[in-house]
Design a protein around this ligand. Sequence first.
Ligand code: HEM
Length: 344
Amino acid sequence: MRGRQATPTAAGAGRWRGATAWWWLAAVVLGHLLTCARAGLLETNPGLAYNFYAKTCPNAESIVRSVTRQMVAGNAALPARLLRLHFHDCFVNGCDASILLDVANSEKTAGPNLSVGGYEVIDAIKTQLEQTCPGVVSCADIVALAARDAVSVQFPSSLWQVETGRRDGSVSLASNTGALPSPSAGFAGLLQSFSNRGLNLTDLVALSGAHTIGVASCSSVTSRLYNGNATALDPLLDSAYAQTLMSTCPNPSTSKAGTTVNLDGTTPAKFDSTYYTNVQRKQGTLASDAALMSNAQAAQMVADLANPIKFYAAFSMSMKKMGRIDVLTGTKGQIRKQCRQVGS
Ligand code: HEM
Protein backbone atom coordinates (compact mmCIF):
# COMPACT_ATOMS: atom_id res chain seq x y z
CA MET A 1 0.00 0.00 0.00
CA ARG A 2 2.67 2.33 1.14
CA GLY A 3 4.71 1.42 -1.89
CA ARG A 4 1.77 2.14 -4.23
CA GLN A 5 1.08 5.45 -2.51
CA ALA A 6 4.74 6.37 -2.59
CA THR A 7 4.79 6.33 -6.36
CA PRO A 8 2.19 9.08 -7.00
CA THR A 9 3.67 11.19 -4.13
CA ALA A 10 7.14 10.92 -5.59
CA ALA A 11 5.78 11.73 -9.03
CA GLY A 12 3.98 14.81 -7.59
CA ALA A 13 7.10 15.92 -5.78
CA GLY A 14 9.07 15.38 -8.99
CA ARG A 15 6.57 17.48 -10.95
CA TRP A 16 6.71 20.16 -8.26
CA ARG A 17 10.51 20.14 -8.31
CA GLY A 18 10.40 20.30 -12.11
CA ALA A 19 8.00 23.24 -12.08
CA THR A 20 10.11 25.01 -9.44
CA ALA A 21 13.22 24.46 -11.51
CA TRP A 22 11.48 25.98 -14.54
CA TRP A 23 10.33 29.00 -12.54
CA TRP A 24 13.80 29.39 -11.12
CA LEU A 25 15.34 29.17 -14.61
CA ALA A 26 12.79 31.64 -15.97
CA ALA A 27 13.56 34.05 -13.10
CA VAL A 28 17.30 33.77 -13.77
CA VAL A 29 16.81 34.33 -17.50
CA LEU A 30 14.47 37.27 -16.87
CA GLY A 31 16.93 38.76 -14.37
CA HIS A 32 19.70 38.42 -16.93
CA LEU A 33 17.56 40.04 -19.63
CA LEU A 34 16.74 42.95 -17.33
CA THR A 35 20.43 43.41 -16.52
CA CYS A 36 21.26 43.39 -20.22
CA ALA A 37 18.44 45.79 -20.99
CA ARG A 38 19.71 48.17 -18.31
CA ALA A 39 23.20 47.89 -19.79
CA GLY A 40 21.74 48.73 -23.20
CA LEU A 41 22.74 45.41 -24.75
CA LEU A 42 19.38 44.39 -26.10
CA GLU A 43 18.68 47.15 -28.58
CA THR A 44 17.08 45.63 -31.62
CA ASN A 45 19.69 45.01 -34.24
CA PRO A 46 19.08 47.67 -36.87
CA GLY A 47 20.30 45.45 -39.73
CA LEU A 48 24.01 45.84 -39.17
CA ALA A 49 26.49 42.97 -38.90
CA TYR A 50 30.14 42.38 -38.23
CA ASN A 51 32.08 41.97 -41.46
CA PHE A 52 29.04 42.86 -43.58
CA TYR A 53 31.24 43.08 -46.70
CA ALA A 54 32.83 39.60 -46.26
CA LYS A 55 31.31 38.35 -49.51
CA THR A 56 30.76 41.55 -51.50
CA CYS A 57 34.10 43.22 -50.83
CA PRO A 58 36.32 40.93 -48.74
CA ASN A 59 39.18 43.42 -48.56
CA ALA A 60 37.02 46.40 -47.56
CA GLU A 61 38.10 46.54 -43.93
CA SER A 62 41.78 45.94 -44.66
CA ILE A 63 41.73 48.73 -47.27
CA VAL A 64 40.17 51.13 -44.76
CA ARG A 65 42.75 50.13 -42.16
CA SER A 66 45.78 50.48 -44.39
CA VAL A 67 44.82 53.87 -45.87
CA THR A 68 43.90 55.19 -42.41
CA ARG A 69 47.17 53.99 -40.87
CA GLN A 70 49.20 55.47 -43.70
CA MET A 71 47.55 58.86 -43.33
CA VAL A 72 47.70 58.85 -39.51
CA ALA A 73 51.43 58.12 -39.75
CA GLY A 74 51.80 61.44 -41.56
CA ASN A 75 49.44 63.45 -39.35
CA ALA A 76 49.05 62.75 -35.63
CA ALA A 77 45.96 64.99 -35.40
CA LEU A 78 43.87 62.59 -37.49
CA PRO A 79 42.72 60.05 -34.86
CA ALA A 80 40.96 62.81 -32.89
CA ARG A 81 39.53 64.36 -36.04
CA LEU A 82 38.15 61.09 -37.35
CA LEU A 83 36.66 60.14 -33.99
CA ARG A 84 34.87 63.48 -33.75
CA LEU A 85 33.74 63.21 -37.39
CA HIS A 86 31.98 59.91 -36.59
CA PHE A 87 30.32 61.41 -33.50
CA HIS A 88 29.11 64.49 -35.39
CA ASP A 89 27.84 62.30 -38.22
CA CYS A 90 25.86 60.00 -35.93
CA PHE A 91 24.29 62.70 -33.76
CA VAL A 92 22.89 64.63 -36.72
CA ASN A 93 20.40 62.62 -38.79
CA GLY A 94 21.99 59.32 -37.74
CA CYS A 95 25.20 57.61 -38.90
CA ASP A 96 24.53 58.20 -42.61
CA ALA A 97 27.59 60.20 -43.77
CA SER A 98 25.39 63.30 -44.11
CA ILE A 99 28.22 65.35 -42.58
CA LEU A 100 30.35 64.66 -45.67
CA LEU A 101 28.00 66.21 -48.23
CA ASP A 102 29.10 69.39 -50.00
CA VAL A 103 25.80 71.14 -50.65
CA ALA A 104 24.47 74.60 -49.80
CA ASN A 105 23.68 74.97 -46.09
CA SER A 106 24.93 71.45 -45.38
CA GLU A 107 25.84 70.19 -41.91
CA LYS A 108 29.49 71.02 -42.59
CA THR A 109 28.71 74.73 -42.79
CA ALA A 110 27.20 74.87 -39.29
CA GLY A 111 29.16 76.45 -36.42
CA PRO A 112 29.86 73.27 -34.41
CA ASN A 113 31.20 71.55 -37.53
CA LEU A 114 33.55 74.29 -38.71
CA SER A 115 36.44 72.75 -36.75
CA VAL A 116 35.62 69.18 -37.81
CA GLY A 117 38.17 67.54 -40.11
CA GLY A 118 39.39 64.26 -41.53
CA TYR A 119 37.33 64.48 -44.73
CA GLU A 120 40.43 63.92 -46.87
CA VAL A 121 40.97 60.51 -45.23
CA ILE A 122 37.44 59.41 -46.09
CA ASP A 123 37.93 60.58 -49.70
CA ALA A 124 41.21 58.68 -50.04
CA ILE A 125 39.68 55.48 -48.63
CA LYS A 126 36.62 55.80 -50.86
CA THR A 127 38.79 56.25 -53.97
CA GLN A 128 40.62 53.00 -53.20
CA LEU A 129 37.44 51.12 -52.40
CA GLU A 130 35.74 52.25 -55.60
CA GLN A 131 38.69 50.85 -57.56
CA THR A 132 38.41 47.48 -55.81
CA CYS A 133 34.64 47.07 -55.34
CA PRO A 134 32.69 49.83 -57.09
CA GLY A 135 29.42 50.92 -55.49
CA VAL A 136 29.59 48.50 -52.56
CA VAL A 137 30.96 50.13 -49.41
CA SER A 138 29.03 53.05 -47.90
CA CYS A 139 30.63 56.30 -46.84
CA ALA A 140 28.86 55.95 -43.47
CA ASP A 141 30.68 52.65 -42.83
CA ILE A 142 33.98 54.18 -43.92
CA VAL A 143 33.54 56.96 -41.34
CA ALA A 144 32.81 54.42 -38.57
CA LEU A 145 35.70 52.10 -39.52
CA ALA A 146 38.25 54.89 -40.05
CA ALA A 147 37.49 56.37 -36.60
CA ARG A 148 38.14 52.98 -35.00
CA ASP A 149 41.27 52.26 -37.04
CA ALA A 150 42.79 55.70 -36.49
CA VAL A 151 42.36 55.55 -32.70
CA SER A 152 43.54 51.91 -32.62
CA VAL A 153 46.88 52.77 -34.22
CA GLN A 154 48.30 53.02 -30.67
CA PHE A 155 47.12 49.51 -29.77
CA PRO A 156 48.09 45.99 -30.83
CA SER A 157 44.52 45.33 -32.04
CA SER A 158 41.29 47.21 -32.67
CA LEU A 159 40.05 49.02 -29.58
CA TRP A 160 36.40 48.37 -30.40
CA GLN A 161 34.41 46.33 -32.89
CA VAL A 162 32.48 48.07 -35.66
CA GLU A 163 29.29 46.71 -37.16
CA THR A 164 28.83 47.52 -40.84
CA GLY A 165 26.00 47.59 -43.37
CA ARG A 166 25.06 51.27 -43.00
CA ARG A 167 23.91 53.05 -46.15
CA ASP A 168 24.31 56.70 -47.04
CA GLY A 169 21.71 59.42 -46.56
CA SER A 170 20.88 62.21 -48.96
CA VAL A 171 19.86 65.02 -46.60
CA SER A 172 22.40 67.33 -44.99
CA LEU A 173 21.12 70.48 -43.31
CA ALA A 174 22.99 72.91 -41.09
CA SER A 175 19.70 73.44 -39.28
CA ASN A 176 19.81 69.84 -37.98
CA THR A 177 23.07 70.33 -36.10
CA GLY A 178 21.20 71.55 -33.01
CA ALA A 179 21.22 67.85 -32.10
CA LEU A 180 24.90 68.21 -31.15
CA PRO A 181 25.56 68.87 -27.47
CA SER A 182 26.87 72.34 -26.67
CA PRO A 183 30.25 72.63 -24.89
CA SER A 184 28.67 75.09 -22.48
CA ALA A 185 25.69 72.84 -21.70
CA GLY A 186 25.14 71.88 -18.10
CA PHE A 187 24.80 68.26 -17.06
CA ALA A 188 21.04 68.11 -17.71
CA GLY A 189 21.46 69.54 -21.22
CA LEU A 190 24.18 67.02 -22.06
CA LEU A 191 22.14 64.11 -20.79
CA GLN A 192 19.12 65.36 -22.73
CA SER A 193 20.98 65.55 -26.03
CA PHE A 194 22.33 62.03 -25.49
CA SER A 195 18.93 60.65 -24.54
CA ASN A 196 17.44 62.28 -27.65
CA ARG A 197 19.75 59.97 -29.60
CA GLY A 198 18.86 56.88 -27.54
CA LEU A 199 21.99 57.06 -25.39
CA ASN A 200 22.05 57.07 -21.59
CA LEU A 201 24.09 58.39 -18.69
CA THR A 202 26.67 55.59 -19.00
CA ASP A 203 27.12 56.44 -22.69
CA LEU A 204 27.50 60.14 -21.90
CA VAL A 205 30.27 59.50 -19.38
CA ALA A 206 32.00 56.79 -21.43
CA LEU A 207 31.94 58.69 -24.72
CA SER A 208 33.09 61.93 -23.12
CA GLY A 209 36.31 59.96 -22.60
CA ALA A 210 36.98 60.62 -26.31
CA HIS A 211 38.31 63.95 -25.01
CA THR A 212 41.42 62.06 -23.92
CA ILE A 213 42.83 63.04 -27.33
CA GLY A 214 42.55 66.07 -29.57
CA VAL A 215 42.22 69.78 -29.20
CA ALA A 216 39.74 72.60 -28.66
CA SER A 217 39.86 76.09 -30.11
CA CYS A 218 40.46 78.90 -27.62
CA SER A 219 36.94 80.10 -28.40
CA SER A 220 35.62 76.86 -26.85
CA VAL A 221 37.29 77.60 -23.49
CA THR A 222 37.56 81.38 -23.09
CA SER A 223 34.13 81.66 -21.47
CA ARG A 224 35.61 79.59 -18.59
CA LEU A 225 38.52 82.01 -18.23
CA TYR A 226 37.28 85.52 -18.94
CA ASN A 227 34.27 87.74 -18.71
CA GLY A 228 34.80 90.16 -21.56
CA ASN A 229 38.44 91.15 -21.18
CA ALA A 230 38.60 90.62 -17.42
CA THR A 231 39.79 87.37 -15.89
CA ALA A 232 36.83 85.46 -14.45
CA LEU A 233 37.59 81.82 -13.73
CA ASP A 234 34.96 79.12 -13.80
CA PRO A 235 34.82 77.86 -10.19
CA LEU A 236 34.78 74.31 -11.59
CA LEU A 237 38.24 74.87 -13.08
CA ASP A 238 41.49 74.19 -11.20
CA SER A 239 43.34 77.52 -10.96
CA ALA A 240 46.78 76.18 -11.94
CA TYR A 241 45.26 74.46 -14.98
CA ALA A 242 43.40 77.68 -15.78
CA GLN A 243 46.78 79.47 -15.90
CA THR A 244 48.02 76.92 -18.45
CA LEU A 245 44.94 77.49 -20.60
CA MET A 246 45.30 81.27 -20.26
CA SER A 247 48.91 81.17 -21.40
CA THR A 248 47.80 79.64 -24.70
CA CYS A 249 44.51 81.53 -24.92
CA PRO A 250 45.22 85.03 -23.62
CA ASN A 251 42.59 87.69 -23.32
CA PRO A 252 39.94 86.79 -25.95
CA SER A 253 40.38 89.99 -27.89
CA THR A 254 44.06 89.17 -28.52
CA SER A 255 43.68 85.38 -29.04
CA LYS A 256 44.78 84.40 -32.52
CA ALA A 257 42.10 82.55 -34.47
CA GLY A 258 43.01 78.89 -34.89
CA THR A 259 44.93 78.63 -31.60
CA THR A 260 44.08 75.44 -29.76
CA VAL A 261 44.57 73.79 -26.36
CA ASN A 262 44.76 70.07 -25.62
CA LEU A 263 41.58 68.46 -24.35
CA ASP A 264 43.67 66.19 -22.11
CA GLY A 265 46.30 68.42 -20.54
CA THR A 266 48.19 65.45 -19.05
CA THR A 267 48.64 62.84 -21.84
CA PRO A 268 47.21 64.65 -24.89
CA ALA A 269 48.30 62.15 -27.53
CA LYS A 270 47.43 58.93 -25.69
CA PHE A 271 44.02 57.33 -25.90
CA ASP A 272 43.96 56.46 -22.19
CA SER A 273 41.78 56.99 -19.13
CA THR A 274 43.69 60.04 -17.85
CA TYR A 275 40.80 62.20 -19.03
CA TYR A 276 38.81 60.96 -16.03
CA THR A 277 41.62 61.67 -13.58
CA ASN A 278 41.82 65.18 -15.02
CA VAL A 279 38.07 65.70 -14.69
CA GLN A 280 38.21 64.59 -11.05
CA ARG A 281 40.95 67.19 -10.42
CA LYS A 282 38.91 69.96 -12.07
CA GLN A 283 41.27 69.81 -15.04
CA GLY A 284 38.74 68.94 -17.71
CA THR A 285 39.20 71.44 -20.54
CA LEU A 286 35.60 72.04 -21.61
CA ALA A 287 32.75 73.14 -19.38
CA SER A 288 30.93 69.99 -20.55
CA ASP A 289 33.79 67.86 -19.17
CA ALA A 290 33.56 69.58 -15.79
CA ALA A 291 29.76 69.24 -15.81
CA LEU A 292 30.09 65.47 -15.37
CA MET A 293 31.16 66.09 -11.77
CA SER A 294 27.98 68.00 -10.99
CA ASN A 295 25.88 64.83 -10.89
CA ALA A 296 26.60 62.25 -8.18
CA GLN A 297 25.99 59.22 -10.41
CA ALA A 298 28.08 60.63 -13.26
CA ALA A 299 30.86 61.58 -10.82
CA GLN A 300 30.93 57.99 -9.54
CA MET A 301 31.25 56.75 -13.13
CA VAL A 302 34.06 59.24 -13.76
CA ALA A 303 35.89 57.71 -10.77
CA ASP A 304 35.26 54.17 -12.07
CA LEU A 305 36.36 54.90 -15.63
CA ALA A 306 39.69 56.28 -14.44
CA ASN A 307 40.52 52.56 -14.46
CA PRO A 308 41.73 51.95 -18.05
CA ILE A 309 40.28 48.44 -18.32
CA LYS A 310 36.85 49.73 -17.34
CA PHE A 311 37.20 52.72 -19.66
CA TYR A 312 38.07 50.66 -22.74
CA ALA A 313 35.20 48.24 -22.05
CA ALA A 314 32.65 51.02 -21.49
CA PHE A 315 33.89 53.06 -24.44
CA SER A 316 33.64 50.05 -26.79
CA MET A 317 30.10 49.30 -25.73
CA SER A 318 28.94 52.91 -26.08
CA MET A 319 30.66 53.35 -29.46
CA LYS A 320 28.70 50.36 -30.72
CA LYS A 321 25.47 52.01 -29.55
CA MET A 322 26.46 55.35 -31.07
CA GLY A 323 27.27 53.62 -34.37
CA ARG A 324 23.71 52.32 -34.54
CA ILE A 325 21.94 55.68 -34.27
CA ASP A 326 19.24 55.97 -36.94
CA VAL A 327 21.18 53.94 -39.48
CA LEU A 328 19.85 53.32 -42.97
CA THR A 329 20.10 49.63 -43.89
CA GLY A 330 18.72 47.13 -46.40
CA THR A 331 17.12 48.99 -49.29
CA LYS A 332 17.06 52.39 -47.54
CA GLY A 333 19.50 55.11 -48.52
CA GLN A 334 22.18 54.58 -51.15
CA ILE A 335 25.85 53.80 -51.65
CA ARG A 336 27.51 56.99 -52.86
CA LYS A 337 30.36 56.75 -55.35
CA GLN A 338 31.85 59.98 -54.04
CA CYS A 339 31.31 60.70 -50.38
CA ARG A 340 30.78 64.42 -50.88
CA GLN A 341 27.92 64.10 -53.36
CA VAL A 342 24.50 62.47 -53.29
CA GLY A 343 23.79 59.92 -55.99
CA SER A 344 27.19 60.11 -57.58
C1 HEM B 1 29.44 65.21 -24.27
C2 HEM B 1 29.22 66.13 -25.17
C3 HEM B 1 30.30 66.71 -26.02
C4 HEM B 1 30.56 68.02 -26.19
C5 HEM B 1 29.80 69.17 -25.58
C6 HEM B 1 31.71 68.11 -27.06
C7 HEM B 1 32.28 69.30 -27.48
C8 HEM B 1 33.49 69.40 -28.12
C9 HEM B 1 34.15 70.63 -28.44
C10 HEM B 1 33.61 72.03 -28.18
C11 HEM B 1 35.34 70.32 -29.00
C12 HEM B 1 36.41 71.29 -29.49
C13 HEM B 1 36.01 71.90 -30.80
C14 HEM B 1 36.84 73.11 -31.13
O1 HEM B 1 36.90 74.01 -30.31
O2 HEM B 1 37.45 73.13 -32.20
C15 HEM B 1 35.42 68.89 -29.05
C16 HEM B 1 36.49 68.20 -29.56
C17 HEM B 1 36.50 66.85 -29.69
N1 HEM B 1 35.47 65.97 -29.40
FE1 HEM B 1 33.83 66.39 -28.34
N2 HEM B 1 32.11 66.87 -27.39
C18 HEM B 1 31.27 65.96 -26.79
C19 HEM B 1 31.31 64.59 -26.93
C20 HEM B 1 32.17 63.93 -27.76
C21 HEM B 1 32.04 62.56 -28.17
C22 HEM B 1 30.87 61.68 -27.78
C23 HEM B 1 33.10 62.28 -28.96
C24 HEM B 1 33.43 61.01 -29.68
C25 HEM B 1 32.95 59.85 -29.37
C26 HEM B 1 33.91 63.47 -29.03
C27 HEM B 1 35.11 63.56 -29.65
C28 HEM B 1 35.86 64.72 -29.71
C29 HEM B 1 37.25 64.76 -30.18
C30 HEM B 1 38.09 63.55 -30.52
C31 HEM B 1 37.62 66.08 -30.19
C32 HEM B 1 38.96 66.66 -30.65
C33 HEM B 1 38.87 66.92 -32.14
C34 HEM B 1 40.18 67.38 -32.78
O3 HEM B 1 41.21 67.39 -32.14
O4 HEM B 1 40.14 67.71 -33.98
N3 HEM B 1 33.29 64.46 -28.33
N4 HEM B 1 34.29 68.35 -28.52
